[in-house]
Every structure is written in C-alpha cells, then in structure tokens.
Design a protein around this ligand. Structure first.
Ligand code: CMC
Length: 391
C-alpha cells in the first residue's frame, strides 16, 4: 500500500499541521502564536503565556483575571490522591511519581474524560494547570519526609509552588522575589517547543482518543529521558563529576570527542537549532544575574569553561552544536534551592501548557488520524516451524 519512506527519529517528517509554535532553527527564532520568545520572557507571565498557547490570543485583563481565579480554585488535591504518595519509596525519583499522579487524575475525574466534549476538556485543562505544581511539591515533600502544605490561593502560581515546596507548616514563607521572577521566566521559556519528543508523545497517545490526563502522563514519561527533559539533571551531574573527580575539563572534552560510550557534552546540541538556542541566550543573562551573588560557584566556572572550549572546537563547530536551554538551567535551579532530582519536574511544569495546547489542537483538527507509523521490515523471510526436539 504505497511507498514507505524510512525516517528514523522523524528528522524530515511532519506529523501534523500546527499553529501553536514557530521555530526557525537556522536563525534561532522561537515564537509562541507569533510572539517572539524574547518579548514574552521579558514582559509576560507564565499564566498569561499558558493562556496564549492554549487559546491562541493574549488575554485581556478581565480574561486573565478570570483564568487565574479558575486555576487558583483547583490547586488542591483530593485527599485520597494525597495518600497515593505514601505508596512510593522515599527515594523515588519525582518524575515517575508525577506521571503516576497525573495518570491517577483519570480515576478522580471520571465524569470529565470525554476528549470531544469542550466543557470537559476545559475543566481538565484547568485542573491540570492547577494541580501539577501541587503534585510536584508533594513529590518533593515526600522525598524529604516533610508534611504536605495545602496550597495558599492568595499567592501567584509560582509563589504558591515555592511555598508548598520549601515552606513549613508552622513558619511563614516569603519567596525571594528574584527567584519568583526567574522561575516564572524559566517556565515561560519551556512552555512549548512544537513537535519535540514529549509533545509528539502527547499527540500520539491522544490520537487514539485517550483522555488529556492519560496523554499528558505519557508526555511526562517521555520528558524523563536524559536526551530530552532529563538533560538538565544530566548537565549538573556532569559538572559535579568533573568537579569531584581527577577529570579536567580538557580530558572530559577529549572523551566526548572520542565518542566514548555514553559520554556526551550534556546541554549541547539540538535537533532543530543549528545556530543558537534563543532560550539559552535568555537564560544565560538570567544565570549571570542570579549566580553572580553566589561567589566562587565552581560548577558555573566549569560550565563556562566547557562552553568556551566547545565554541572554539572544530568537533562542535562542524556539527553545529551549541548550548541548549538546559545547559544553564540546572545551575539556576540549584541556586534556587532545588535538589537535582527536581530539575526535570520543573521542566514538566513549564511544558504543561504546550502539551495541553497541542493536544487540544490535535483533537479539534478534522485531519487528525490515529498515529500509526509504518516500518521497514528487516527480519527473517518466511520459514517453517520446527518441533522443539528438532532445533
Ligand atoms: N555532545 C557530543 N556530541 C554530540 C552532542 C553532544 N551533546 N550532540 C550531538 N553530538 C554529535 C553526534 O555524536 C553526531 O555526531 P556524528 O555526526 O559524528 O555521528 C552529531 O553531533 C549529530 O548528533 P545527533 O545525535 O545525530 O543529533 P540529534 O538531532 O539526533 O540529537 C540531541 C539532538 C539534543 C538529542 C543531541 O544533541 C544530544 O544528545 N544532546 C545532549 C542532550 C541534551 O542536552 N538534550 C537536551 C535537548 S534541549 C531540551 C529538550 O528539548 O529536551
């Protein structure tokens, strides 16, 4: 039935039409719904950007107020869902805890799972946006043995998340304004990136008419991988390994270039950006501002040195490998007080509105078919079954 073309990794194959995010990898351009990422990172807020991605337009003040109130009203978790966290080992990585809890939302909201009922999709959208930061904070609290804090809905999304993560029941918690601003900006920078691995997963799962929670839960699992969202954790671990071992920056780079198995310069390279990653450029400025205060940051020094060597080295130049969004994010998250294990969770909170916007676009597009790639078969030709004693 027609000619099948092999395109491993979908390097040249478009899986859908989309009006959400535009990327020009050669020019280093990223726009959400037409708005340049630089303007949004500088002037917008994460909830406003979420609205833009999901509904297609920037909200008016009253639309934003109404949206904010709706999201705030749904931040609490069902008390039974809170007990869910008890079942995991204390040292569990928070990413599978996150995806499991999101998957479990399907069991708590069984009356709102119809992907073709706009009202049900709408309430699921709001529930997800509201509850993911709470789930993320509880996954962290569980890992350090501290009690869960109820959300405080007088706070902004980011302040609320920081309080639930770092606050204690008996103490007032005042988030550092610089941290609030930087985290909000990091969420904006991660909010969508067209058909990346996790978003394609969300769409693929959704193309079978699986509900929004099930699709997003699958996306979280895709994001967990070290070549995708897990890269921010991998970068920090790489920097720490270099710091704590006899390895010099130079000898590490030699291993990278010799392609020693499993050794890559994490936080470098991108499937689409072949000139620079505009998100990395924005983050670098924020990182310089925030990390300037933490004097003698050895890991920052190592990162800068790695970048300096890579940008002047033929191996990286020829392959057009530049720092990506995750090269500096880990250092920022660490400076904010997050443990390494939480980095990819932060990426997931940021990417959520993109997953939702893309899922909704997919489900409303009459051209959508169930995702069902073909293959190029390389196995045995027909052969006859032999009895077990004759093999
Ligand atoms: N360090 C060393 N060599 C690299 C790297 C790297 N980070 N990235 C690519 N290469 C080499 C690769 O070995 C290959 O060389 P050759 O042509 O000699 O075989 C060439 O560059 C092309 O790489 P590729 O793996 O074919 O490129 P890709 O588009 O399939 O992979 C990537 C893109 C991001 C997975 C890859 O660059 C990588 O593994 N980077 C490190 C992980 C990372 O930082 N991921 C975060 C991506 S941005 C956040 C997100 O979207 O999740």
């Amino acid at each position: 039935t027609g000619k099948v073309t092999l395109d491993t990794g979908f390097v040249n194959t478009a899986s859908c039409r989309s009006a959400v995010t535009y990327i020009d990898g050669g020019e280093g351009i990223l726009r959400y719904r037409g708005y340049p990422i630089e303007q949004l990172a500088e002037r917008s807020t994460f909830l406003e950007v979420s609205y833009l991605l999901i509904y297609g337009e920037l909200p008016t003040q009253s639309e934003l107020d109404e949206f904010t109130t709706r999201v705030q009203r749904h931040t609490m978790l069902h008390e039974d869902l809170k007990r869910f966290f008890d079942g995991f080992p204390r040292d569990a990585h928070p990413m599978p805890v996150l995806s499991s809890a999101v998957s479990a939302l399907s069991t708590f909201y069984q009356d709102a799972l119809d992907p073709f009922d706009p009202e049900q999709v709408e309430i699921s959208t709001v529930r997800l946006l509201a509850k993911l930061p709470t789930i993320a904070a509880y996954a962290y609290k569980k890992s350090i043995g501290q009690p869960f804090l109820y959300p405080d809905n007088s706070l902004s999304l980011v302040e609320n998340f920081l309080r639930m993560t770092f606050g204690l029941p008996a103490e007032p918690y005042d988030a550092d304004p610089l941290t609030v601003k930087a985290l909000d900006q990091l969420f904006i920078l991660h909010a969508d990136h067209e058909q990346n691995c996790s978003t394609s997963t969300v769409r693929l799962v959704g193309s079978s008419h699986a509900n929004l929670f099930a699709s997003v839960s699958a996306g979280i699992n895709a994001l967990f991988g070290p070549l995708h969202g897990g890269a921010n954790q991998a970068v920090l671990e790489m920097l720490e390994t270099i710091r704590d071992s006899d390895e010099t920056v130079e000898s590490f780079m030699r291993k990278v270039k010799d392609k020693e198995p499993g050794v890559r310069l994490m936080g470098f390279g991108h499937r689409v950006y072949k000139n620079y990653d505009p998100r990395a450029a924005i983050i670098k400025t924020t990182a310089d501002e925030m990390l300037a205060k933490t004097e003698g940051n050895e890991l920052l020094e190592i990162a800068k040195r790695l970048e300096e060597i890579a940008l002047g080295d033929d191996y990286f130049v020829e392959r057009k490998l530049y720092p990506n969004v995750d090269f500096y994010t880990g250092l920022l998250y660490q400076a904010m007080g997050f443990p390494t294990k939480m980095f990819t969770v932060l990426f997931a909170i940021g990417r959520l509105p993109g997953w939702i916007a893309q899922w909704r676009e997919m489900i409303n597009d009459p051209a959508t078919k169930i995702g069902r790639p073909r293959q190029v078969y390389t196995g045995a030709t027909e052969r006859d079954y032999t009895e077990i004693g004759a093999r």
